[in-house]
Ligand binder design. Structure first.
Ligand SMILES: Nc1ncnc2c1ncn2[C@@H]1O[C@H](COP(=O)(O)OP(=O)(O)O)[C@@H](O)[C@H]1O
Ligand SMILES: [Mg+2]
Length: 332
């Protein structure tokens, strides 16, 4: 488990201090994949560097599996760092070494004897599905395979936490899914805790159990994936389940509702709309799997003067609707 409490990081600069993290409180449960999203400069990478102990917080605490990293003296930090593995956008494998020798590298540094090293490397390559490529060189691998080697290398010292900074940003769609499939697998088979920074909503949807949105070094929204996306109109709901671009007609408005199909049957949502008569229509209805839940999103097109009635009817059916600001003025 990871616990951040009142975490602050300020970088001094000639033009004045840069507050990269401004009081972060966050818990990541053991064995979950936690996404961290936010614009460039929001503080995501700084957060991860504080988790590894590479960066000292200005104040506040960072605790990983009960060890308060932020309070450790320098001499003990090196050992503590082995508890966290890092994966980056660019893998930086040593080209002159085989895949196996690349994965062995952190074990050499840690002083693990040769025989033990070989056994561990074989095991790691199996975990990432590259057991048959041990003797290959990085140049012979695809982008996805290289990233899998990077993950095997990060796991070499048996960390309980894997920290990934934009691990799929340099990969295409299919390769991204391959790497994310591996991340899910590591969580399920090894019970590893994963923090993954990304700017891609698809990555969050595909692999995260929970997600945190950072803005100017602060937490704007955080929670289990299914919870944040069903908070209609919230920033993460909008980012993760975008509203389709519908041209709204004049004198008409859109009402949007997001719901967990566990709580509300889609047929019940439709029935509520149908009972409003012919001039109220469902223009878009989607149900998507998200973090083991199914999340529905309904968009209803109604006369502007009936919006309140539509909202009330949907609310009575158990949905949490929001009238979209699609006024005539905006359309004009
Ligand atoms: N080593 C550093 N020295 C000074 N400022 C930094 C340093 N690292 C990051 N920053 C600043 O801190 C803020 C957060 O950066 P960063 O954590 O890299 O954000 P993100 O990863 O979300 O893009 C930015 O304003 C950035 O310019
Ligand atoms: Mg960054």
């Amino acid at each position: 488990m990871i616990e951040l409490s009142a975490l602050r990081k300020v970088y001094p600069s000639p033009d004045g201090d840069v507050v990269a993290l401004d009081g972060i409180d966050l818990t990541v449960e053991r064995g979950t994949v936690h996404g961290v999203v936010g614009r460039s400069g929001a503080g995501k990478s700084t957060l991860i560097r504080c988790l590894t102990g590479l960066e000292r917080p200005t104040s506040g605490t960072v605790t990983v599996d009960g060890v308060t990293i932020s309070a450790l003296p320098e001499a003990r930090l090196r050992a503590a760092r082995r508890r966290t593995g890092m994966v980056f956008q660019h893998v930086n494998l040593l080209d002159s070494r085989t895949i196996a020798a690349n994965v062995a590298y952190p074990l050499e540094v840690a002083g693990v004897p040769r025989r033990q090293r070989a056994a561990r490397v074989a095991e790691l390559l199996d975990v990432v599905g590259l057991g048959d490529r041990a003797g290959a060189h990085p140049a012979q691998l695809s982008g996805g395979q290289k990233q899998r080697v990077g993950i095997a290398r990060a796991l070499a010292t048996e960390p309980s936490v894997l920290l990934c900074d934009e691990p799929t940003s340099a990969l295409d769609g299919e390769t991204t899914r391959e790497v994310l499939g591996l991340v899910r697998d590591l969580r399920d088979r090894l019970g590893i805790t994963v923090v993954i920074i990304t700017h891609e909503p698809a990555v969050v949807r595909e692999v995260c159990d929970a997600v945190t949105l950072l803005q100017h070094g602060r937490v704007v929204q955080s929670g289990a994936l299914a919870d944040v996306v069903t908070q209609v109109g919230s920033p993460l709901s909008r980012a993760l389940v975008p509203v389709p671009d519908l041209p709204p007609g004049a004198r008409r408005a859109l009402v949007e509702a997001v719901y967990s199909t566990r709580a509300v049957a889609t047929s019940a949502a439709f029935a509520a709309v149908a009972s409003l008569g012919d001039d109220v229509e469902v223009t878009s209805a989607t149900v998507e799997p998200l973090a083991g839940e199914r999340v529905g999103r309904l968009i209803v097109d109604a006369p502007r003067d009936r919006v309140e009635e539509v909202v009330a009817r949907l609310r009575a059916a158990g949905l949490e609707p929001l009238a979209a600001p699609t006024s005539e003025e905006e359309v004009a």
